[in-house]
Design a binder for this molecule. Structure first.
Ligand SMILES: [Zn+2]
Ligand SMILES: [Zn+2]
Length: 153
């Protein structure tokens, strides 16, 4: 969603925390004040419901607390709080990859709009989103992204 994200690029500070409060995330730097929703199987099973993320530059993200990381594919991993299980972020395994942070951890992100929805043809009945944001089906998304999460177990 990089092109779509351009108008929503911001520089500033956001504070977030997991459910138990043991893991704290401070974004201090460049981030995107908008959410991209993904309905792929991995994202939905991981969160337990529909899932969206906002981007932040790696140098802007500061984390304190007991986290654990699960390699959900050979090229990306998902990190959660080891104590309470709150999902924290998804990230590609590249040093310069942006964090894809879970917006609900950050009160300030409550105002972020949805700007993209991928795997929209896989959205469950309980996750139908309104609005005229950009949508891509599984086939459309995977055609444009050679390394994707995929929608197979
Ligand atoms: Zn926690
Ligand atoms: Zn996904």
């Amino acid at each position: 969603m990089s092109d779509l994200a351009a108008p929503y690029r911001r520089t500033g500070r956001l504070d977030g925390a997991c459910l138990c409060g043991g893991t704290r995330i401070r974004v201090d730097g460049d981030y995107v004040a908008a959410v991209g929703v993904c309905h792929c199987r991995k994202c939905r099973v991981w969160s337990g419901t529909i899932t969206g993320y906002f981007l932040a530059k790696p140098e802007a993200v500061h984390v304190e607390g007991p986290t654990k990381t699960y390699a959900s594919t050979p090229f990306a991993s998902r990190t959660f709080c080891e104590v309470c299980g709150t999902n924290l972020w998804l990230r590609n395994n590249k040093d310069d990859a942006e964090y894809e942070l879970m917006p609900a951890l950050f009160p300030a992100a409550d105002s972020f709009p949805v700007i993209s929805e991928i795997y929209c043809d896989r959205a469950p009945a309980y996750g139908q989103l309104k609005g005229d944001h950009k949508r891509a089906t599984q086939a459309q998304y995977e055609a444009n992204n050679p390394f994707v999460e995929g929608d197979t177990p």
